[in-house]
Design a protein around this ligand. Sequence first.
Ligand SMILES: C[S@@+](CC[C@H](N)C(=O)[O-])C[C@H]1O[C@@H](n2cnc3c(N)ncnc32)[C@H](O)[C@@H]1O
Length: 258
Amino acid sequence: MLSYQHAYHAGNPADVHKHFALAEVLRLLTVKDRGVSYLETHAGRGLYDLSSEEAQKTGEAAEGITLVPSTDDIAFFKALAAVRAEYGDTAYPGSPMVAAKLLRPQDRMVFIERHPQEHAALRRAMKRSGAEIHHRDAFEGARAVVPLNPRRGLVLIDPPYEVKTDYADTGKLAADLRRRWPEAAVMVWYPILRAGRHTELLAATEEPDRIVHEVTFDLKGGQGMTGSGLLLLGAPYGTDAALEKVMAASASILRALS
Ligand SMILES: C[S@@+](CC[C@H](N)C(=O)[O-])C[C@H]1O[C@@H](n2cnc3c(N)ncnc32)[C@H](O)[C@@H]1O
């Protein structure tokens, strides 16, 4: 079993990039009353405490969310405020919790997480959310559960990239989920490292209207990560403008990668 635990990285600049963009895409998808489905292939534990030993050990949130001023313009801050009202001032929402705070009763959430402890913690965090939670492998499980009803929706693919083959496998998974469930948008997060392996991921997903959104940031202990990327396939109308808003709101830590 590999050992990645997101608690060491929660709230870092890459999380700000991913979670701000995720919240904006969810906002765009829920403008109409009709329900949507939201699937996460690598969900993590859903809820983090920035005062925990793990978070304090790396101090990554201090270089991330802590430096970004809250604004009503950004949907993520609605989720953050709801989570802090419920769990305290040092709580930080993982992506499943961002979705749980922004989606509505008519929407459906399905989460996949393979790590036993992370899965158990996710179940606890999502107890009252109505989410369906699977303890299984993402690459097998996501292919098995799609398409979901309601048909309109979003898939977030956010693997730890602990093994080199994760890049190509993630690209193939994204392309495959688009074929199996064309009504859903797909959003993939990837790290930008010197080795540049994310190009393998991008090569597998050559849709003409795809969005590739890459940022750079400073992160002292970031294990060589110089930036983060988001690949969006079938993104809803308005996503480009929403990403510009994300950049403006997080200008204290994120810079566009040109
Ligand atoms: C980057 S973290 C997810 C963070 C989460 N999306 C968030 O933003 O809050 C990746 C997660 O994938 C899980 N994982 C790793 N390999 C997996 C696999 N093959 N299938 C399902 N989950 C896996 C890890 O245990 C970890 O919790």
